[in-house]
Design a protein around this ligand. Structure first.
Ligand SMILES: Cc1ncc(COP(=O)(O)O)c(C=O)c1O
Length: 393
C-alpha cells in the first residue's frame, strides 16, 4: 500500500470513525452513557480503554485524537490526558514501583524534572540523571533494577539532542522500557518509534494543539502498555476534557504545514541573529554550528524545529529590555503555537530553581528562548532589528 504523507494522515487517519456524512468531527460532551442491560453495563465498566461508559474512563472525541496522534507517531494506539504533565506523571507512575530505579536526563521540562527528582524518591524510587549527549553515562547508570529510561529530545534550553537509537539498543536487550517526550520535535520531524522507543509522549498543548487555546497531553505505544497506563489514569484522574480534545483535533490537521513553516522561519531567524552584533551565541539544531548537527540529520530529518535559543552580549538586563521592546513576539510561557512567544529562562525559572541548578541546566542570565509562530519572516527580522537597537541604547 502507498504510504501516506503526514498532512494526508493527519486529515484522514480517523475518517473511518465517521458516524454520518459530517466533514468536521462531532464533540462528545456527555460524561456518561446508559447501558441497554446488565450484561452491557458489566462490559462497559470493565473493558480497557472503553470510551463509552464514564468520562474519566474515556471519551470518544479524546480517543479519536489519540488515534490520529498514534498514526502520526507510527504507534499501535494512544491515550489522551488533561495536560502534558498528566501524560508524563501517569505514564511514569504506571510503570514503576517501590525499589525500582529510573534513568533520566539532567535536562528535562521542569515539571518532569520535579517528578523525577522530588516526587519519585518520596515513594522509594531512585533516579539517576545523566548528560543526555553521553551514551556512556546512560550505560553506566543502568542497574539490575532499572525499569525505565526517560528521554526528551530536543530539550531546553540549549536544544540538545539524545541519540534515540543508541539508547534503545542499550535498553532493549536488558528489558528496560524507554519513554520519549517528543513535544518539541513533533511527529512531523521525529518519530521515536522508528528508533524502537516504546512510548512517545506529548504536551498536546504545544505544537499539536498549536493555537495557545487548549491544554492536553498524550502517550502512544503498544496496546498492552497503553492499557496499563489507562488503568493508572483512572486512579489519578488525569483524563482530558472533550472540548480540549476537539480543539486539538482541529489543530492536528494543520500540524505538518505549521511545523514546516516554523522550521523555515526559525532557521532564517537563527542565521540572522547569529550575525547580529548584540548576540553572542545562537543555539539551533539545523545550524551547522550545533554540536550534534549530524544527529539532527539522522534523527530529525535535518530540520531544527520551531524553537531557538540565543544569548545577548548585554546579559540579564539586555534580555529584559529586548522582551519589552519586541512588538510581534509576546513575553509569555508556552510554545509551539501560531503566535511567536519568548521567555528569558533566568526570569521564568529563577524563582523556582536555585542559581547553581540554573547553571547546571545551562541557563545563562542573558539567554532568550524563542518559539517561532506563523508571522512573516521579514516582519520578525524587522521587529528584532528594531528591538535589539532600542534595547542596546
Ligand atoms: C517538553 C514539554 N513536556 C511537557 C510539558 C508539560 O505540558 P503541559 O503544560 O501540557 O502539562 C511541557 C510544557 O511546557 C513541555 O515543554
Amino acid at each position: 500500500m502507498h504510504d501516506l504523507g503526514k498532512s494526508t494522515e493527519a486529515l484522514h487517519a480517523d475518517r473511518d470513525l465517521e458516524l454520518n456524512n459530517d466533514i468536521a468531527p462531532p464533540i462528545f460532551q456527555s460524561v456518561t452513557q446508559f447501558a441497554e442491560d446488565e450484561e452491557a453495563f458489566v462490559r462497559m465498566a470493565s473493558e480497557p480503554l472503553d470510551d463509552q461508559f464514564y468520562g474519566r474512563y474515556g471519551n470518544r472525541t479524546a480517543s479519536r485524537l489519540s488515534q490520529v496522534i498514534a498514526k502520526l507517531e507510527e504507534a499501535e494506539t494512544g491515550l489522551l490526558f488533561g495536560s502534558g504533565m498528566g501524560a508524563i506523571s501517569t505514564t511514569v507512575l504506571s510503570l514503576i514501583a517501590k525499589g525500582d530505579h529510573v534513568v533520566a536526563q539532567n535536562n528535562h521540562y521542569i515539571g518532569t524534572t520535579k517528578l523525577l527528582k522530588e516526587t519519585l524518591p518520596r515513594f522509594g524510587v531512585e533516579v539517576t540523571m545523566v548528560d543526555q549527549v553521553d551514551i556512556e553515562q546512560f550505560a553506566r547508570a543502568i542497574r539490575p533494577n532499572t525499569k525505565i529510561i526517560v528521554l526528551e529530545t530536543p530539550v531546553n534550553p540549549l536544544l540538545s539532542l539524545t541519540d534515540l537509537e543508541q539508547i534503545s539498543s542499550l535498553a532493549k536487550p536488558r528489558g528496560i522500557l524507554t519513554l520519549c517526550d517528543n513535544t518539541f520535535a513533533t511527529p512531523i520531524l521525529q518519530r521515536p518509534t522508528q528508533f524502537d522507543i516504546d512510548l512517545v509522549l506529548h504536551s498536546v498543548t504545544k505544537y499539536i494543539g498549536g493555537h495557545h487555546d487548549l491544554i492536553a497531553g498524550c502517550v502512544v505505544g503498544s496496546q498492552e502498555l497503553i492499557e496499563r497506563i489507562w488503568a493508572m489514569q483512572l486512579v489519578l484522574g488525569s483524563s482530558p476534557g472533550a472540548f480540549n480534545a476537539w480543539l486539538a483535533l482541529r489543530g492536528v490537521r494543520t500540524l505538518d504545514m505549521r511545523v514546516r513553516k516554523q522550521c523555515k522561519t526559525a532557521l532564517a531567524l537563527a542565521n540572522h541573529l547569529n550575525d547580529h552584533p548584540a548576540i553572542s551565541r545562537v543555539y539551533y539544531p539545523a545550524m551547522p554550528t550545533h554540536p550534534q548537527y549530524d544527529l539532527v540529520q539522522k534523527q530529525m530529518q535535518g530540520q531544527g524545529g520551531g524553537l531557538l535559543t540565543f544569548e545577548l552580549k548585554g546579559g540579564y538586563e539586555a534580555g529584559v529590555q529586548l522582551l519589552q521592546q519586541l512588538d510581534l513576539v509576546q513575553n509569555a510561557a508556552s510554545l509551539g503555537g501560531i503566535d511567536s512567544l519568548a521567555i528569558q529562562p533566568a526570569v521564568m525559572w529563577g524563582g523556582s530553581l536555585p542559581p547553581d541548578v540554573l547553571e547546571e541546566q545551562g541557563i545563562s542570565p542573558g539567554m532568550i528562548r524563542l518559539s517561532v509562530g506563523l508571522e512573516d519572516i521579514a516582519d520578525l527580522i524587522h521587529d528584532f532589528n528594531r528591538a535589539l537597537q532600542d534595547a542596546n541604547q
